[in-house]
Design a protein. Structure first.
Ligand code: DLL
Length: 433
């Protein structure tokens, strides 16, 4: 169901008119209130009055993660602290966390967009939402929570962890919608199995999965194993949190970006040039309704492309393809670019392996070596060594055939790979540069 029929089905010209008006207002405000933006604009010889049409956004300089770090913690806030009612942070792998703030109105906008998102994902008033995204500084838990309440659904705020208890809650409280990272969902399914509970017999209709990349093959696995429709939700703390884009449960092909609140662009990550429609590159976002922490042309490092064709669901907001990876997660193995999600796709198509895997990159001399650790069932693991070796070779051959890189494969026993309650750690990089 379309939650906000008026805004989610606007004709293109109306979307663009709203975007331009809100963009101009945002730029004027940040220029006046955030010294960082004023300096950047001045250095690039752009002023708010130069933004006369949407295309003029290209004149605005990019904002990078590095800029956020340099202005840690509150340097990019565009309102005084007495208007900030919530603070979140994303940890990232290196350096200081990114700190983001919300005014009362920002929280209510977020709740509106999350209500739209949950509704697109198949939820409605009367549903019971089992929310296993982490509550805390991470935006997943509270983002879904406020959206669910706004929608009028009942939300169970379980957060991540206490997995056995979660399964009991699922059995007893009969939730109909699951919200969690796809990797934690697989762990939930494993634990349910160990407890003798068939996940498929639970009451879930939809699973709204995001916060990390997951492949189409993973979707097939999740849907057949869990007996629900798996919907992709995207977002990032810097831009808001979950609910920046979502697939519609009807089509599940590309994520609608809420264009009345965010302007997305796809750029060439090397040159920074905006790419022609339909080309794959780095996703960039400008927020056009946020008060406390507006972002202008924020480089997400996420890789995707736009789908221009209208969607059968009736929403008119542009779709982006599933994010295939991040520019900084891309491995270059002997000259071939590889994303963890591509390896995942290959693994998911091999019947004998489990969907738990980890990649390790190391360097011998000037050669990068990629090893894949992947779990197999107890039965297979205790099979003859020769049979295991044959399977390892078959997987390595499949990866080579599909991606063109040689890898080492190591089959490991069930539970060898550490389970995460939130985002899975897919790559361990042992190279020193
Ligand atoms: O992960 C917000 C979120 C929470 C999204 C719950 C969806 C569900 P951060 O912790 O700031 O925010 O991480 C943002 O995670 O730039 C992507 O690299 C990745 N990411 C988020 N959603 C997806 C997705 C939350 N659906 C970073 N597919 C982003 C692929 C995703 N990657």
């Amino acid at each position: 169901m379309i939650y906000n029929i008026e805004f989610e089905t606007l004709p293109r010209e109306a979307i663009e008119a709203i975007q331009l008006k809100r963009l101009q207002a945002t730029i004027e405000r940040v220029y006046a209130t955030v010294p960082f933006y004023r300096k950047k604009f001045d250095e690039n010889k752009v002023c708010p009055e130069d933004i006369k049409k949407l295309d003029d956004l290209r004149r605005v300089p990019f904002l990078t993660k590095q800029d956020l770090r340099e202005n840690y913690p509150y340097g990019l806030f565009a309102v005084p602290m007495d208007q900030v009612v919530r603070i979140h942070a994303s940890s990232g792998t290196t350096g200081k966390p990114t700190v983001v703030g919300y005014t009362k109105r920002d929280i209510s906008t977020w709740a509106e967009l999350m209500a739209r998102a949950l509704s697109a994902g198949g939820a409605s008033r009367g549903d019971i939402i089992h929310n296993a995204y982490g509550y805390g500084l991470f935006t997943g838990g509270l983002g879904v929570h406020y959206g669910a309440e706004n929608l009028g659904a009942s939300v169970i705020p379980v957060s991540g962890g206490n997995t056995q208890k979660q399964i009991t809650i699922m059995k007893d409280f009969k939730p109909t919608i699951l919200t969690a990272t796809p990797s934690y969902t697989l762990h939930l399914a494993d634990v349910a199995g160990e407890m003798g509970i068939d996940f498929k017999k639970l009451d879930f209709r939809s699973g709204i999965f995001g916060a990390e990349p997951w492949s189409e093959s993973m979707r097939t696995q999740l849907e057949s194993r869990l007996g629900l429709k798996a919907v992709d939700i995207y977002g990032l703390s810097e831009v808001m949190g979950p609910g920046v884009a979502i697939e519609c449960v009807e089509v599940r092909k590309g994520l609608h970006v809420f264009e009345d609140h965010f302007i997305p662009e796809i750029i060439d990550p090397e040159t920074g040039e905006v790419l022609p429609p339909g080309e794959t590159g780095e996703l960039v976002f400008t927020s056009i309704s946020k008060e406390a922490f507006p972002v202008l042309r924020y480089r997400t490092r996420d890789i995707t492309r736009f789908i221009q064709e209208p969607c059968l669901c009736g929403r008119t907001h542009i779709r982006m393809e599933k994010v295939s990876g991040r520019t900084d997660d891309m491995l270059i193995i002997r000259g071939v670019n590889v994303f963890p999600s591509q390896i995942e796709s290959v693994l998911m198509n091999i019947e004998e392996v489990k969907p738990h895997y980890q990649l390790e990159v190391d360097r011998k001399g000037s050669l990068d070596i990629l090893s894949i650790k992947v779990e197999v069932s107890e039965d297979i693991f205790s099979d003859e060594v020769r049979k295991l070796q044959t399977l390892e070779k078959r997987i390595a051959y499949s990866v080579k055939e599909t991606l063109g890189v040689s890898v080492r494969v190591q089959l490991v026993e069930p539970r060898y790979i550490e389970r995460s309650e939130g985002k899975a750690v897919r790559v361990i990089d042992k190279r020193t540069f």
